[in-house]
Design a protein around this ligand. Structure first.
Ligand SMILES: [Zn+2]
Length: 79
């Protein structure tokens, strides 16, 4: 199946997908940053900064878990 647009965009490239740190759902690795005034654009992937094994790490999190209030260990805010 042909991919629309650039194959380097995470949305259309199955090699650039990650798993939600909480529920394991497949999500794009690319974290979308919608324009602050463009509230209609929904963000599918959240890069939440927490601590894993004593080091600051980014936890890929799906919108469902983010909206449900899930946060990684030692959550430090948005990066
Ligand atoms: Zn999730």
């Amino acid at each position: 199946m042909p991919i629309k647009g650039s194959a380097y965009r995470a949305e259309g490239n199955t090699t650039l997908r990650s798993l939600c740190a909480n529920c394991g759902k497949s999500i794009p690795t690319e974290v979308g940053h919608a324009h602050p005034l463009d509230e209609a654009v929904e963000q599918e992937t959240w890069g939440l900064v927490g601590v894993l094994h004593g080091e600051r790490s980014v936890f890929a999190t799906c919108a469902v878990c983010h909206d449900a209030g899930w946060r990684p260990p030692a959550y430090a805010g948005m990066n």
